[in-house]
Design a protein around this ligand. Structure first.
Ligand SMILES: Cc1cc2nc3c(=O)[nH]c(=O)nc-3n(C[C@H](O)[C@H](O)[C@H](O)COP(=O)(O)OP(=O)(O)OC[C@H]3O[C@@H](n4cnc5c(N)ncnc54)[C@H](O)[C@@H]3O)c2cc1C
Length: 467
């Protein structure tokens, strides 16, 4: 009789999940790789929909060779039966039991049915999502997140519009602006609220990862070559339009982080791609009882969370780009395989990945310090601006809850105004509502991790098939 291989459920098939799956599958563990997208790749290697028949998908990507290596590795493991790949599965809950875990996922684009699977260990590689802060006009059609614009381009091979302003703060703005420009959009401006001084002040620690600086310089030179104006220390004050976006007003930021009077400029455009940074997905980890460090899942040097049998890797443990996700995924996969088989992990085997993890974490901590939204952005949010889109709560209502009704924390603001009670459960609006209310945006427990139909919750639980 052959020995049963331990089963590791890897949730998320981006760079972290793929690296983890390959490392674990190579070391005697069966991996079930689960992702909500139709194809593996995650945000960085988002693949065009199959039906589109893209002839040169690599044209929209950088570091394509790494993707080819990951894809070839995955195909080999699938063929050998070491990995099972489940796409279009939206994990809404992971239950911890005495003998392992049950992973519950909604199926397909409709997400009306749920299926369960059993695993001996779980590795969370669910990545991050975009933070977008409100401003007057941000709910107009034509205003999209920067990652959303990129997803349309990489996944659907379509441009969100013809003339685009890319705005906000953070390194994501650069690939989005170069991607839109290369695909034929007229990028009217790249508007970044951070200033060059913030970067220069951190030049020495940033120079520890020259490859990242070269990548950034490459994006900048492509934008300059195409004549895209870079407006650093600038912010979007307002988006204008009747039925849809027609223009945005941008202004320079003064030393205190407030718009400089008289510096306003109107930029006609049909698309505003905006992002104020990324936040880690922590819902599943939270639901399992894993501790957090600030907004990210806390892990040790093996990428173990503080719940036995649960690992986490990639942007769920902190925002740091694809290379860091690959390094963390590799370490997590090796550790999980060893631990699930009852062995002691060979730390020497991942020394290079650990060294790269240290450098990249330090790099992104510095970059995070340099990129920040305009310091006093809530002052620009008018009372009439909707800050919680699901429940249509205005900034005025939030201010009234704080000012007249005495709400002193986000939970009370939510109870008094319904801000954060809708479909997104605060995932999108929480930083904006917190900023307008002047409260801390503490990460909250939010299971289920996805909106689940009542029929799924009411259905009798089927025991998952034994693996
Ligand atoms: C919108 C967006 C666009 C980005 N674009 C760029 C870019 O152009 N260039 C760049 O350098 N960096 C970009 N980044 C940063 C980039 O995501 C990371 O560098 C890298 O992809 C992180 O890898 P990861 O494996 O940690 O997470 P991801 O690549 O985000 O992969 C996470 C995977 O988990 C899946 N997932 C999440 N939750 C669930 C769930 N509940 N159930 C099932 N599956 C789930 C997702 O579908 C996704 O495939 C982007 C980030 C975001 C959020």
């Amino acid at each position: 009789m052959t020995e049963r291989r331990p089963v590791l459920a890897v949730i998320g098939a981006g760079p972290a999940g793929l690296a983890a799956a390959l490392a674990a599958a190579a070391r005697g563990v069966h991996v079930t790789l689960i992702d909500s997208a139709a194809e593996p790749g995650g945000q960085f290697y988002r693949q065009p929909a199959r039906g589109l028949g893209a002839r040169r998908p690599r044209a929209l990507h950088h570091q394509w060779r790494t993707w080819e290596r990951l894809r070839a590795g995955l195909d080999a493991r699938l063929a050998a039966g070491d990995v099972t790949c489940l796409s279009d599965r939206h994990v809404w809950c992971v239950e911890r039991e005495s003998t392992g875990f049950t992973v519950h996922a909604l199926l397909g684009p409709e997400q009306r049915e749920s299926a369960a699977l059993r695993a001996d260990g779980v590795l969370l590689a669910t990545g991050g999502y975009e933070k977008v802060l409100p401003f007057p006009g941000w709910t107009l059609p034509g205003v999209v997140t920067a990652g959303g614009a990129q997803a349309l381009l990489k996944g659907g091979l379509v441009l969100p519009g013809r003339t685009a302003v890319v705005a906000g703060t953070g390194p994501l703005l650069l690939p989005v602006a170069t991607g839109l420009a290369a695909a034929g959009a007229k990028v009217v401006a790249l508007v970044e609220s951070a200033g060059p001084r913030e970067v220069v002040r951190r030049a020495r620690p940033l120079a520890q990862v020259p490859a990242k600086l070269v990548e950034g310089a490459g994006h900048l030179s492509r934008l300059l070559f195409r004549g895209v104006p870079l407006r650093v220390r600038h912010t979007v004050l307002e988006a204008h339009g009747d039925e849809r976006l027609a223009a945005v007003t941008v202004a320079a930021l003064g030393p205190a982080g407030r718009p400089v009077p008289g510096s306003e400029r109107l930029l006609p455009c049909d698309t505003l791609a905006v992002s104020h940074g990324l936040l880690p997905h922590t819902d599943l980890a939270d639901g399992l009882g894993c501790g957090l460090d600030g907004p990210a899942v806390r892990v040790d040097d093996e990428q173990r969370t503080d719940v036995p049998g649960v690992w986490a890797a990639g942007e769920t443990t902190g925002i740091g780009g694809a290379a860091l996700s690959l390094a963390e995924g590799h370490i997590a996969g090796r550790s999980a395989a060893a631990r699930l088989r009852g062995d002691v992990p060979d730390r020497g085997g991942w020394a290079r990945a650990a060294e790269s993890r240290t450098r990249l974490r330090a790099f992104f901590a510095e970059l995070d310090g340099a990129c920040a939204p305009a310091a006093h952005w809530p002052e620009q949010v008018t009372d009439a601006t909707v800050v919680c889109r699901c429940e249509e709560v205005t900034a005025g209502a939030v201010r009234e809850a704080v000012g007249s009704l005495g709400a002193g924390d986000l939970r009370t603001v939510k109870l008094l105004t319904r801000a954060g009670m809708g479909w997104c459960q605060g995932r999108m609006c929480e930083p904006g509502v917190a900023g307008v209310a002047g409260c801390d945006a503490a990460p909250a427990r939010r299971l289920p991790a996805r909106p689940v139909p009542l029929g799924v919750l009411a259905a009798p639980t089927q025991p998952p098939p034994a693996q």
